[in-house]
Write a protein that binds this ligand. Structure first.
Ligand code: GLA
Length: 365
């Protein structure tokens, strides 16, 4: 009996031991399944722009594994969320906020004042005549108060003004309806309203091509002027819709240093690295245009991603957030812009939601 007992113990022991081995294997597998957010836990939050289709099923699981911050891609913009003067369309934004709060993700609000995706009623009165500056600022104030207040418990940072700098290098501000009706005051006012509505929120000015020296100079001028007037700006959102051709390391480093010198926080708010050069204007796909994701393009993209994240980590004291624009190559806005139907591969997850080889260039350090 004693021997039988021993034998049983040995068998059980062997089983447990082999379970232990399996367990060890499983353990190392799960630790290799740390997400982006875990690799970057001593650096900055890693976010992703989402729509309501992303926050369930496999994409929802991927988001929870890899990211610790979200930005609603479209659902907090003025057009979608405030389509009629006395009507707010909260449904989608509420769902994203609920998902994030339930799962302890940070939320960046995007955005409070932009020249695109505005509702049709915003700039005109009942007769269709352009409204006065006072009326427009009143509408902006009421919009900002309503939206910021609703999400005060959850949103820690807002892109307050988006893309106000002109594409024309000879002028500072874009000739938008906001600018035509209010002059530069719409920017000051938007920040003041947002600060009044939530004094604890971090408030960002957000724009694209900020790493380009010429545009960077004008963004700097704007922000320096705002700070000199005491406007409550916490930081700059550098969109980071980049490509395998830009930015250079020097452009990126000098941009970080320049805005840090103003005492501003820096967030990279809309990161993707296109396999095509930047183009502003939309155009049709050319008949012979090749959108193959070749080995050469993959290698160039990998070295760009590696360089960019090496620099982000090096300058982490100035950077308090990095957000990717869309979840995976399955569904990226760059499949439609600037060329409708030209496939792009700008993100770290492939069309089947799997980590791409370039993922490892970002997390191995
Ligand atoms: C800009 C805006 C974003 C989004 C992208 C394109 O960068 O800030 O909200 O519209 O363009 O998807």
């Amino acid at each position: 009996m004693k021997n039988l007992g021993k034998a049983i113990m040995l068998i059980i022991g062997g089983f447990v031991f082999s379970m232990g081995c399996n367990y060890t294997g499983h353990f190392s597998k799960s630790s290799s399944e740390k997400g982006l957010k875990d690799y970057y836990k001593n650096y900055f939050p890693i976010g992703v722009a989402v729509n309501i289709h992303n926050i369930a099923g496999k994409q929802g699981a991927l988001i929870l594994k890899e990211f610790n911050s979200v930005t609603p891609e479209n659902d907090m913009k003025m057009g979608p969320i405030h389509p009629a003067p006395n009507f707010y369309n909260w449904g989608n934004a509420d769902s994203i906020v609920d998902f994030a709060v339930r799962n302890h993700l940070k939320i960046r609000g995007h955005n409070l004042c932009w020249h695109q995706q505005t509702p049709g009623w915003l700039f005109v009165d009942k007769e269709g005549k352009t409204v006065s500056k006072d009326t427009l600022l009143g509408r902006l104030r009421s919009h900002i108060f309503t939206v910021v207040n609703r999400y005060k418990h959850a949103v820690y940072a807002w892109d307050v003004v988006n893309e106000a700098i002109s594409d024309d290098s000879t002028e500072l501000l874009r000739n938008s309806k906001w600018y035509q009706i209010c002059g530069e005051d719409f920017i000051d006012s938007a920040f003041c309203y947002a600060h009044e509505a939530d004094p604890n929120a971090q408030l960002f000015y957000n724009d694209y091509n900020v790493i380009r020296p010429e545009k960077r100079k004008r963004v700097y001028r704007l922000l320096k002027g705002l700070l000199a007037k005491g406007i409550p700006v916490t930081g700059i959102g550098i969109q980071a819709h980049w490509s395998i051709y830009e930015p250079t390391k020097e452009e990126l480093v000098s941009t970080i240093k320049l805005f840090a010198s103003l005492g501003l926080k820096i967030q990279f708010t809309e990161v993707d690295i296109s396999i095509f050069p930047w183009e502003k204007n939309q155009r049709a796909k050319k008949p012979n245009e090749n959108d193959e994701y070749s080995m050469a393009l993959k290698a160039k993209q990998a070295s760009e991603y590696k360089m960019v994240f090496d620099i982000f980590r090096k300058y982490k004291e100035y950077i308090n957030g990095v957000t990717f624009w869309n979840v995976s190559d399955k569904d990226t806005w760059l499949d439609h812009y600037p060329v409708e139907g030209r496939k792009n591969y700008p993100l770290l997850f492939d069309t089947s939601l799997q980590r791409k080889p370039v993922y490892w260039d970002v997390v191995k350090f």
